[in-house]
Design a protein around this ligand. Sequence first.
Ligand SMILES: Nc1ncnc2c1ncn2[C@@H]1O[C@H](COP(=O)(O)OP(=O)(O)OP(=O)(O)O)[C@@H](O)[C@H]1O
Ligand SMILES: [Mg+2]
Length: 395
Amino acid sequence: MMLPWSTNNNLTDIQFFNRTNEINLISNILKTTEEGSSPDLFVIGVRGVGKTVLMRKILHDFERDYLVIHVDMTKSNNFQKTRFDRQSFMEFFYSRIIKACEEQDLITFDKKLEKLFKTNDISIDKFIKMGDMPIPHFHKENNYQKLAEFVMDLPQRIYEEYSFMLKGVIVFFDEFQKIKNLNEDLDDFLWYLRSSIQDQGNVAYILSGSMSIYDQLIEKVAGNKGAFGGRMLTIQIKPFSYSTTKKYLTQGVPDLKFTEDGLKKFYECTRGLPSYINTFANLITRDELLTPDMVKKELKINLNVLVIHYISLWYSLTRQEQEIIIKLLEKPLIRKELAEKLNVTTGSLSKPLVKLQNSLLVEKHENKYKIYDNLFNLWLNEYFLENGIYPYYPE
Ligand SMILES: Nc1ncnc2c1ncn2[C@@H]1O[C@H](COP(=O)(O)OP(=O)(O)OP(=O)(O)O)[C@@H](O)[C@H]1O
Ligand SMILES: [Mg+2]
């Protein structure tokens, strides 16, 4: 028997384990949308803890009487490129709104949509057919402000047109950390987003993404002085506990056999993160009773697969970025110590450190920089032990 791989975004009910409390809590909060006082949520938690699959599972049930708009920010080409500005954000958000309407069969949408456009003084180039849906294409002359107001208002307007069949609208921004790549003032934009959604009583917004729990973005969004401060509820998704992990493995992969200490070692290695639990449990040998030593040995054998995501990031780094990580292998360092070790000025480290934090290789806590993931740390150490050098960027 196998567990789902960690690249799986949509788990079946059988694959999805536990999280009953989180499901109840978040669902109950979201249901207040029906009463016209829609909540805004910030769902955080370490990489691989299961934020995306949890939210998708919850939202799937809401799709019966809500319009649910999924906005996965990594899916937009513009976010990868340098040209990521407010305009591309709005265009992408707009395309996701339309996609949701189409997928969730708002049947008479086209006529009502035309009406929406007319009353909103947005000039339309043409309506392009996408499936059964006519998609309005904006005139180049529309200024950004007009477009932004139109797009940001659209979910609430859709609700108003369809209140006879919808209990509300839910917008789920996943991978929201990509907003940090905006090449315009971020705070300013976050405040703009807040001001444009704050009077929308029937649209709930959920933000989530991969970020360090020390990430400044969390403060910027949901902190006391943050753009959504006081309004946004922050919910932290925790790793599986030891006993949950035990139950999960016993049910999901009954042919895996651990000694009690062996299972404790397995838990220590995976830190209760479902993404690691699944992958490691799928790869680890099933022919033997697993003692702590066996688990350690198996971890080393399978490390390349477990941290594959970090390995590909590693090879995309510059030499200097790699040097920084190597200096952090032993222990967390403040910027000054790092600069001394690398024999450079502290100023020259700003840019690479921001990049390393944004790609979640490094995190900063109480002024110290540390490697985000222990298993990636282990991978580099093991590589060094075996080869006498670190895997450097080919020059
Ligand atoms: N409740 C669960 N039951 C079983 N497996 C789970 C569960 N939650 C997460 N997983 C496993 O962990 C993997 C990663 O989950 P997910 O992508 O939701 O994490 P995430 O917190 O969104 O990570 P990231 O921060 O990288 O976006 C899933 O593909 C799945 O294999
Ligand atoms: Mg995710």
